[in-house]
Design a protein around this ligand. Structure first.
Ligand code: ADP
Ligand code: MG
Length: 182
């Protein structure tokens, strides 16, 4: 008899949301390059949010971040997606000092992986800080307002409404998907 499993079966199409952002270098160019590389290396890009300009979260830095969220369909496992995300960050010249939050050219986080809950040494999904970060919630609610957070049962629309993130944030005019990145 087949047993139900929380882990992902090979070749199943997984619906994932990636948080993509950075505050160093050519910020919009880097977002565009990241989306292109994600499409080539991780899976089909289904939706991309507008670009949000946000104050650094959890640390001080002169440069604001540009953030987007992308919905992607992939056959890779969450672990494989993380490895590919690290490779894309490295290609876009991300360096890590290992000392907490810091400026970066590119950060790619796995926000959601289907509605799975994953807790391993290198991966926590849903990403642990989603509910405290408007730079994640605003683009998430823009592209998928009714998506339900699997751990608290609230939709992105509801979470945005109750979020008490006081950091400055604004949506940039143009929808990123209308800025040609392919
Ligand atoms: P930040 O918390 O600012 O994104 P990093 O990008 O340097 O910091 O990530 C730190 C670690 O977070 C990585 O080594 C990665 O293994 C781990 N991590 C845990 N859960 C996730 C997730 N859902 N998405 C991306 N990285 C994650
Ligand atoms: Mg990260």
């Amino acid at each position: 008899m087949e047993s139900a499993s929380a882990t992902t079966a090979p070749n199943r199409l997984n619906r994932i949301f990636l948080g993509i952002g950075g505050n160093l270098g050519d910020r919009l160019g880097n977002l565009r390059r990241a989306v292109k590389l994600i499409g080539e290396r991780i899976g089909r890009i289904e939706k991309v949010s507008s670009v949000y300009l946000s104050e650094p979260w959890g640390f001080k830095h002169a440069k604001y971040f540009t953030n987007i969220v992308a919905e992607v369909c992939t056959t890779f496992s969450a672990d494989e997606v993380l490895t590919k995300a690290f490779e894309i960050e490295a290609k876009l010249k991300r360096t890590r000092s290992g000392h907490g939050y810091e400026g970066r050219t590119m950060d790619i986080d796995i926000l959601f992986f289907n509605s799975e809950i994953i807790n391993t040494e290198r991966l926590m999904v849903p990403h642990p800080h989603i509910c405290q970060r408007l730079f994640v919630l605003l683009p998430m609610q823009e592209i998928e307002p009714d998506f339900v957070h699997p751990q608290n049962g609230k939709t992105m629309k509801e979470l945005t409404k109750i979020c008490n993130d006081a950091g400055k944030i604004r949506r940039l005019g143009a929808k990123f998907s209308n800025i040609s990145f392919c």
